[in-house]
Design a protein around this ligand. Structure first.
Ligand SMILES: *Cc1c(COP(=O)(O)O)cnc(C)c1O
Length: 403
């Protein structure tokens, strides 16, 4: 009989969101009259910017005409989109990345997971704790995580991000080969400064490690002194791969478009990582749909920029309402100023699930328990700013009166 990839069989069930849904459904069944507000969602709710919808329709018309029809596109994405990303998301920040150092993809999640294909199965992987689960699970599937002991993977280097270190990891003692960093962070909502990132870049260059930098929330940075790209840090071009996404920037979660930057200067053992990823993509990926790349290009049109800024402003106003309301209620809150996530400590040393239950039972508000993102998330709760503004205000008022 065929042998299965046993690494998959070691994976614990995706417990977090299933358990949130289960408890919410149980509460709802017991209290059908309760008006439940969901502040747990990690998905955008506003529709696509009109500029993107128009571009999508124009591109659909291109496909209907033999003179403008597009078949297979370049593996690395169309030049029009790669050039637009470089011109708008890198050049203004002083980053000298060329369009020939960038791959368009169907989103950051696939790239964050698939990038492992070009690295050895023996690589040691480090992640922040709490963490976006994709980084760990994708490496567990590839056999890099060791065994699940009920709380942790035996071969993953967990880097605690807690109140004590300002939710920014310390350089680990055991030197990892691959280091996942994500700023602004999901779930903590904390952004990183250039001064915080510089030692990581120096460390990776010194040890030959590679930083895998997830910049999916870059558009939520409001403080102009904070870096939107790891390449704003000197030396990053020889040690970092960066992932970008239109999902949270422009509401593309269901439309699917992102990118990965691999600088030409990034080599290990004399091998170009750009060339290796090109080999991987040209074998296993046939590109992002032309119509989608046209829609993504429109994010950078004058109307697209104005519309996406409006969307982000809407979510960030929610974040401000949540953060200030929860602080007024006496909660210790983090994030929410350069990110759509607010991370707060459950009062009175309660664990994450106990306070989740209390918020559901008494305020009828659904959140996400921090412990679901890793052991160091215990005692915290994540709330998101992706909801409707009136409902968000209502939820915050309910939590304030509950406390
Ligand atoms: C939402 C999110 C992404 C975006 O993934 P896509 O596949 O581009 O939709 C990437 N990283 C993190 C941490 C996220 O929360």
């Amino acid at each position: 009989m065929v042998k299965l990839n046993e690494n998959y069989l070691k994976l614990p069930g995706s417990y977090l969101f299933a358990e949130v849904a289960r408890r919410t459904a149980a509460f709802s069944a017991a209290h059908p009259e309760a008006d439940i507000i969901k502040l747990g969602i990690g998905d955008v709710t506003l529709p696509l910017p009109p500029a993107c919808v128009s571009a999508l329709k124009r591109a659909a018309d291109d496909m209907a005409d033999s003179s403008t029809f597009m078949g297979y596109g370049p593996y690395e994405g169309y030049a029009f989109l790669r050039e637009a990303i470089v011109k708008n998301d890198y050049e203004p920040y002083g980053v000298r990345i060329g369009p020939d150092e960038l791959f368009v993809s169907d989103g950051a999640k696939s790239d964050c997971g698939n990038i492992g294909d070009i690295f050895s199965e023996d690589c040691v992987v480090a992640v922040c704790d709490p963490v976006y689960p994709v980084y760990i699970d994708a490496n567990a599937m590839a056999g890099r995580a060791g065994d699940w002991d009920g709380r942790r993977w035996t071969n993953i280097v967990y880097m605690p991000c807690t109140g004590e270190n300002g939710f920014f990891p310390e350089l680990p003692e055991r030197v990892p080969d691959l280091i996942y960093l994500c700023f602004p962070n999901n779930p903590t909502g904390m952004a990183a400064t250039k001064e915080q990132l510089q030692p990581w870049v120096d460390y990776a260059n010194e040890h030959g490690s590679v930083i895998l930098y997830d910049a999916a929330y870059r558009a939520y940075i409001t403080d102009p002194s904070l870096p939107r790209s790891i390449y704003e840090i000197p030396g990053a071009e020889t040690c970092a791969i960066e992932f970008g996404s239109f999902s949270k920037t422009a509401g593309f979660t269901g439309t699917r478009c992102g990118w990965t930057v691999i600088p030409r200067a990034l080599e290990r053992g004399g091998e170009s990582l750009y060339d290796m990823w090109m080999r991987r993509q040209s074998t296993k990926f046939n590109g992002t749909a032309y119509v989608i790349q046209r829609a993504a290009e429109a994010v950078y049109s004058p109307e697209g920029k104005e519309q996406t800024a409006g969307m982000i402003g809407y979510y960030m106003e929610n974040a401000r309402v949540i953060r200030s309301g929860l602080s007024e209620a006496g909660l210790e809150t983090y994030g929410g100023t350069d990110s759509p996530y607010i991370w707060f400590r459950a009062p009175g040393d309660q664990d994450s699930w106990s306070f989740f239950d209390r918020l559901l039972d008494e305020a009828h508000v659904v959140t996400t328990p921090g412990s679901g993102f890793g052991p160091s998330g215990e005692g915290f709760i994540r709330v998101t700013a992706f909801g409707d503004s009136a409902r968000t205000r209502e939820a915050v008022e309910r939590i304030k009166s509950m406390l």
